[in-house]
Design a protein around this ligand. Structure first.
Ligand code: CP3
Length: 372
């Protein structure tokens, strides 16, 4: 039977500690935590980025009107949305229902999430005076809803909860561009024209990420992921100069908390070694880079997460099945593998296809040699 949230706990008796979750599970280390340390596990662990949300009918039924920032601030609803995919798929981890812009929203920078578009700001970040709109975050005051959501989840889950924050480039790109961008022209021009301001902006974004992630781990998250989704739009020298020091600072601040750290972006084939250098135990790989190439580029010093093309989940089962088996074969039974998509679940995904993917990975994936 797949791991699933236990049904016998209410929210009210929660004290929100991860040791409670661990004792409920017994002594065995969850497969996903073993994989993050490159240790063999009972099975190949799987979760899906953006596993909650738009592809699930049960999400649409409870999401409610308005922006998702409303749903995120409602702990009962946010906890339920986090649990939905764990229940349906039997994933090896839950990911907190939140967004990468939650910390900057909570810090008072005017930002919203426009349905069907993504994060938008009426007044994008343009000059030094805009730094004032990014005050330091105090999670015990600014993110009380996050704590309440995690308190509920820790009581309900018997798989690890993944906390997350946006990476410096990706969050700054929304602040500077004011909306999702294809070419990142404004953010790249600010970065190169005024490096001093850029570094101050990233410093504030990084501090807010550290505060958010630390609060998530204090509340009971057992892994964290830094989503620098769009960092792959930079050439390696620019990544090294403008972004990597800030990501490294976030990851270093998490080093002593004892939770595995995942560092993710798409289109990062040429950046993988730098991303591995920045300090996480696990590096996310998209479908453009085969896992053996990623392993070579990262020198085997990190575990890998990925890398099924999310569009293949829309293909007929025979095609999808072959793609899943190819990812497992590419990994060749290496213990340091967390199966995932190379990017988030597409909104038009049929959840039954993901159910079949997870069943297949759990059935045939091995962490001690080629698949059975
Ligand atoms: O299962 C989960 O992963 C849920 C939690 C989650 C959300 N956003 C909820 C959400 C996570 C981990 C994110 C991360 C996030 N947000 C990223 C990094 C992941 C990636 O895709 O690279 C990014 C870039 C964002 C910014 C963002 N927020 C975008 C681009 C969008 C899509 C806009 C749209 O409607 O197409 C959002 C909105 C969003 N965040 C939704 C969800 C479930 C959909 C909004 C809705 O239901 O209205």
């Amino acid at each position: 039977m797949n791991p699933s949230p236990s049904a016998d706990h209410g929210a009210d008796d929660s004290t929100g500690s991860s040791s409670e979750t661990r004792s409920k599970r017994g002594a065995a280390q969850p497969a996903i935590l073993a994989a993050a340390k490159q240790e063999p596990a009972s099975h190949v662990p799987v979760w899906f980025m953006r596993q909650a949300g738009r592809s699930l009918p049960e999400y649409k039924a409870i999401r409610g009107e308005g922006t998702i920032l409303n749903a995120i601030q409602d702990p009962e609803r946010a906890a339920e949305i986090t649990l939905q995919p764990v229940r349906r798929y039997g994933t090896d981890a839950a990911i907190l229902f939140s967004d990468i812009v939650t910390p900057v929203f909570a810090a008072g920078f005017g930002i919203d999430i426009t349905p069907g578009v993504g994060p938008t700001c009426e007044q994008p970040f343009a000059s030094r005076s805009d730094l004032e709109r990014l005050r330091p975050l105090d999670p015990s005051v600014d993110l009380t809803y996050q704590r309440s959501t995690i308190d509920i989840l820790i009581n309900e889950l018997d798989v690890p909860l993944i906390g997350f924050a946006g990476g410096p480039f990706t969050v700054a790109s929304y602040l500077v561009e004011g909306r999702p961008s294809r070419d990142f022209a404004k953010v790249k021009s600010l970065m190169t024209a005024d490096p001093e301001l850029w570094h101050e902006l990233c410093d504030r974004v990084a501090d807010n990420a550290i505060a958010t992630l630390t609060a998530q781990v204090d509340a009971g998250a057992e892994m964290i992921q830094l989503f620098d989704s769009w960092a792959g739009s930079l050439r390696p020298e620019h990544y090294r100069e403008y972004v990597k020091p800030h990501s490294a600072k976030v990851l270093a601040a998490m080093a002593d908390l004892g939770v595995p750290r995942i560092h993710f972006g798409i289109n990062t084939g040429e950046l993988l070694n730098d991303i591995a250098d920045a300090g996480a135990e696990v590096v996310g790989v998209d479908w453009r880079t085969p896992l053996p190439v990623a392993r070579e580029r990262t020198g085997g010093r990190v575990a890998l997460q990925g890398n099924l093309d999310p569009a293949m989940v829309l293909a007929p089962w025979e095609v999808l099945e072959a793609e899943v088996l190819r990812v497992l074969d590419d990994n060749a039974g290496h213990p340091g593998h967390i199966f995932n998509l190379g990017h988030g679940v597409l909104p038009q995904t049929d959840p039954e296809q993901l159910e079949r993917v997870i069943e297949l990975v759990h059935r045939v994936g091995r962490t001690d040699g080629p698949r059975s």
